[in-house]
Design a binder for this molecule. Sequence first.
Ligand SMILES: [Zn+2]
Ligand SMILES: [Zn+2]
Length: 187
Amino acid sequence: MLFAHDTEVALAAAAALVNTGGQDEDLPDVAALDEFVRTWGWTGERRRDQAELRAVRDLRPRLRRIWEVDQDEVVKILNALLRDARALPQLVKHDEWNYHLHATPPAAPLATRMAVEAAMALVDVVRGDELSRLQICEYPGCHNVVIDLSKNRSKRFCEDGCGNRAAVAAYRARKMQAAALDRGGRG
Ligand SMILES: [Zn+2]
Ligand SMILES: [Zn+2]
């Protein structure tokens, strides 16, 4: 494992959050946010109103910038996220999770908790000089962000099915090439 488990989960969650704001709006309503929160195991208080939804959506472009700028700029964004939320790291243990870091109280707004969790995880990435693991999906036309936590830095596609799409496209291209060779062979 590259980073602590909670860090890796937080990084994947941050990338997933950014990618809900791609070409399609994947967080159109509170129900979609509920689903996202359930999928990523967020605990703590929820307001389940439009203001909460808007705050979470507004966080996405701020996080996305982290994938787009150089290290010094990333550091500015992370420090601002932590400062704005008055983050105070504390080790906690809850539900099925062993000791991990929370830097916001459970009653802090959802978007604040999401921002700080992402920032705390990205602090580890910067400290480990691993920002090159933040990538943009290589599938043509896809602008989703990717966090490559693989040992050999082999991840090229986002979690939105682009890996499968690329494999299918490569398979079709091989088949067409083989068929063309076949036709050529028979003259
Ligand atoms: Zn926790
Ligand atoms: Zn993609």
